[in-house]
Design a protein around this ligand. Sequence first.
Ligand code: DQA
Length: 143
Amino acid sequence: MKILVINGPNLNMLGIREPDIYGSGTYADLCRKITAWAGEMGLDVELFQSNHEGAIVDTIQAAYGVFDGILINPAAYTHTSVAILDALKAVSIPTVEVHISDVNEREEFRRHSFVSLAAKKTIAGCGFDGYRMGLVHLKEILS
Ligand code: DQA
Protein backbone atom coordinates (compact mmCIF):
# COMPACT_ATOMS: atom_id res chain seq x y z
CA MET A 1 0.00 0.00 0.00
CA LYS A 2 1.60 3.22 -1.17
CA ILE A 3 0.87 6.37 0.84
CA LEU A 4 1.90 9.89 -0.11
CA VAL A 5 2.39 12.23 2.85
CA ILE A 6 2.15 15.90 1.92
CA ASN A 7 3.08 18.75 4.24
CA GLY A 8 2.28 22.32 3.25
CA PRO A 9 3.83 25.71 3.89
CA ASN A 10 5.93 26.51 6.95
CA LEU A 11 5.89 22.94 8.22
CA ASN A 12 9.58 22.81 7.25
CA MET A 13 9.97 25.34 10.10
CA LEU A 14 8.66 22.97 12.77
CA GLY A 15 10.77 23.18 15.91
CA ILE A 16 11.45 26.89 15.27
CA ARG A 17 7.95 28.05 14.44
CA GLU A 18 5.60 28.82 17.37
CA PRO A 19 6.78 25.91 19.56
CA ASP A 20 4.02 26.67 22.07
CA ILE A 21 1.52 25.65 19.38
CA TYR A 22 3.41 23.11 17.27
CA GLY A 23 5.89 21.69 19.80
CA SER A 24 9.66 21.44 19.68
CA GLY A 25 9.99 18.57 17.21
CA THR A 26 11.49 19.46 13.83
CA TYR A 27 10.27 18.52 10.35
CA ALA A 28 13.11 15.98 10.21
CA ASP A 29 11.84 14.47 13.49
CA LEU A 30 8.34 14.27 12.01
CA CYS A 31 9.65 12.55 8.87
CA ARG A 32 11.57 10.01 10.98
CA LYS A 33 8.45 9.23 13.01
CA ILE A 34 6.20 8.87 9.95
CA THR A 35 8.74 6.58 8.27
CA ALA A 36 9.03 4.41 11.40
CA TRP A 37 5.25 4.20 11.91
CA ALA A 38 4.68 3.34 8.26
CA GLY A 39 7.34 0.61 8.49
CA GLU A 40 5.62 -0.92 11.53
CA MET A 41 2.28 -0.86 9.67
CA GLY A 42 3.76 -2.34 6.48
CA LEU A 43 3.01 0.81 4.48
CA ASP A 44 5.23 2.24 1.79
CA VAL A 45 5.41 6.03 2.34
CA GLU A 46 6.80 8.90 0.34
CA LEU A 47 7.19 12.30 2.00
CA PHE A 48 6.76 15.65 0.30
CA GLN A 49 6.84 19.19 1.70
CA SER A 50 6.37 22.44 -0.16
CA ASN A 51 5.66 26.07 0.55
CA HIS A 52 4.09 26.43 -2.91
CA GLU A 53 0.45 25.76 -3.70
CA GLY A 54 1.10 24.86 -7.34
CA ALA A 55 3.81 22.37 -6.38
CA ILE A 56 1.33 20.67 -4.05
CA VAL A 57 -1.29 20.56 -6.84
CA ASP A 58 1.32 19.09 -9.23
CA THR A 59 2.29 16.45 -6.66
CA ILE A 60 -1.34 15.44 -6.06
CA GLN A 61 -1.92 15.13 -9.83
CA ALA A 62 1.26 13.06 -10.22
CA ALA A 63 -0.02 10.71 -7.49
CA TYR A 64 -2.83 9.52 -9.78
CA GLY A 65 -2.37 5.84 -10.57
CA VAL A 66 0.73 5.68 -8.35
CA PHE A 67 -0.44 6.08 -4.74
CA ASP A 68 -3.28 4.32 -2.92
CA GLY A 69 -3.77 6.96 -0.24
CA ILE A 70 -2.82 10.52 0.69
CA LEU A 71 -2.16 11.91 4.15
CA ILE A 72 -2.05 15.70 3.93
CA ASN A 73 -1.40 18.58 6.26
CA PRO A 74 -2.15 21.47 3.88
CA ALA A 75 -1.14 23.95 6.63
CA ALA A 76 -2.33 27.49 5.78
CA TYR A 77 -3.64 26.33 2.38
CA THR A 78 -6.25 24.34 4.31
CA HIS A 79 -8.21 27.52 4.79
CA THR A 80 -7.71 29.10 1.35
CA SER A 81 -7.03 26.56 -1.38
CA VAL A 82 -9.81 25.56 -3.74
CA ALA A 83 -7.00 24.40 -6.08
CA ILE A 84 -5.79 21.75 -3.62
CA LEU A 85 -9.39 20.67 -2.96
CA ASP A 86 -10.01 20.34 -6.71
CA ALA A 87 -6.78 18.37 -7.24
CA LEU A 88 -7.78 15.90 -4.51
CA LYS A 89 -11.23 15.56 -6.07
CA ALA A 90 -9.69 15.12 -9.53
CA VAL A 91 -7.49 12.17 -8.56
CA SER A 92 -10.07 10.66 -6.16
CA ILE A 93 -7.35 9.07 -4.02
CA PRO A 94 -8.61 8.33 -0.47
CA THR A 95 -7.29 11.20 1.64
CA VAL A 96 -6.93 11.91 5.34
CA GLU A 97 -6.33 15.48 6.50
CA VAL A 98 -4.18 16.10 9.55
CA HIS A 99 -3.36 19.17 11.64
CA ILE A 100 -0.84 19.26 14.45
CA SER A 101 -2.73 21.93 16.39
CA ASP A 102 -6.41 22.00 17.24
CA VAL A 103 -7.59 24.29 14.46
CA ASN A 104 -11.07 24.44 15.99
CA GLU A 105 -9.75 26.04 19.17
CA ARG A 106 -7.71 28.78 17.50
CA GLU A 107 -8.62 31.83 15.40
CA GLU A 108 -12.00 31.74 13.67
CA PHE A 109 -10.43 31.64 10.17
CA ARG A 110 -8.75 28.29 10.96
CA ARG A 111 -12.11 26.60 11.54
CA HIS A 112 -12.91 26.37 7.86
CA SER A 113 -11.14 23.77 5.72
CA PHE A 114 -11.61 23.47 1.97
CA VAL A 115 -9.56 20.26 2.01
CA SER A 116 -11.91 18.54 4.45
CA LEU A 117 -14.53 18.51 1.66
CA ALA A 118 -12.38 15.90 -0.09
CA ALA A 119 -11.07 14.09 3.00
CA LYS A 120 -12.40 10.85 4.46
CA LYS A 121 -11.35 12.05 7.89
CA THR A 122 -9.77 15.07 9.57
CA ILE A 123 -7.52 14.69 12.61
CA ALA A 124 -6.57 17.83 14.54
CA GLY A 125 -4.91 18.68 17.83
CA CYS A 126 -3.05 15.42 18.41
CA GLY A 127 0.44 16.75 17.62
CA PHE A 128 2.73 14.54 15.54
CA ASP A 129 0.72 11.52 16.70
CA GLY A 130 -2.09 12.70 14.41
CA TYR A 131 0.01 11.51 11.46
CA ARG A 132 0.23 8.01 13.00
CA MET A 133 -3.56 8.05 13.49
CA GLY A 134 -3.99 9.17 9.89
CA LEU A 135 -1.85 6.27 8.62
CA VAL A 136 -3.88 3.82 10.74
CA HIS A 137 -7.10 5.20 9.29
CA LEU A 138 -5.83 5.04 5.71
CA LYS A 139 -4.68 1.44 6.21
CA GLU A 140 -8.14 0.57 7.54
CA ILE A 141 -10.08 2.15 4.71
CA LEU A 142 -7.74 0.77 2.03
CA SER A 143 -7.78 -2.81 3.37
C1 DQA B 1 -1.74 23.57 10.75
C2 DQA B 1 -2.84 24.55 11.14
C3 DQA B 1 -2.97 25.66 10.12
O1 DQA B 1 -4.01 26.56 10.50
C4 DQA B 1 -1.67 26.44 10.02
O2 DQA B 1 -1.78 27.43 9.02
C5 DQA B 1 -0.50 25.57 9.82
C6 DQA B 1 -0.42 24.27 10.49
C7 DQA B 1 -1.49 22.51 11.83
O3 DQA B 1 -0.84 21.52 11.52
O4 DQA B 1 -1.92 22.67 12.97
O5 DQA B 1 0.45 25.96 9.15
O6 DQA B 1 -2.15 22.89 9.58
